[in-house]
Ligand binder design. Structure first.
Ligand SMILES: [Zn+2]
Length: 148
């Protein structure tokens, strides 16, 4: 239950009642308040999960950021929301397996961890579209395949 720590308490009742369906079935509605509910900051957890590599991470249905102020970083949050959509499309576990496999293949190819990460298809899509506010509303299914 620690995942619920730091989620805006004001919004919690709404989160539990009206938004559960939206969040867990098909994200992510584009309203700011609903996005906030999914985002929490935990530097320690992020450090463990990303091996101290990332300042934010999508872990369906949550977005974890390293510092509270990053909750308001719109581009970053949009980037992570694209990852949440990708995760749903691959039943979550499939996303992580594919992500890890593609990272290893690209690491072998580029011999550079940063470059390998940036060229994972999920990342290519997220970086290419993170500035597009309406992207998720018209994004085609499995759109990351176009960025392979
Ligand atoms: Zn990313």
């Amino acid at each position: 239950m620690f995942l619920f720590i730091d989620i805006h308490t004001v919004k919690r009742s709404r989160f539990l009642s009206s938004s559960l369906g939206t969040i867990f079935v098909w994200p992510l509605s584009e309203t700011k308040s609903e996005t906030n509910m999914l985002v929490f900051s935990s530097r320690r957890l992020l450090k463990i999960l990303s091996l101290d590599f990332a300042s934010a991470m999508a872990l369906y249905p949550f977005i974890i950021v390293s510092h509270p102020y990053l909750k308001n970083h719109e581009t970053l949050i949009r980037h992570e929301k694209i990852h949440l959509r990708q995760q749903l499309e691959l039943a979550i576990v499939g996303f992580y397996l594919w992500y890890a496999l593609e990272f290893i293949i690209r690491w072998f190819r580029y011999r550079n961890r940063r470059q390998a990460y940036e060229n994972i298809s999920f990342e290519r899509e997220a970086y290419a579209r993170e500035s597009d506010e309406t992207y998720l509303s018209h994004r085609p299914f499995w759109a990351f395949l176009r960025h392979l």
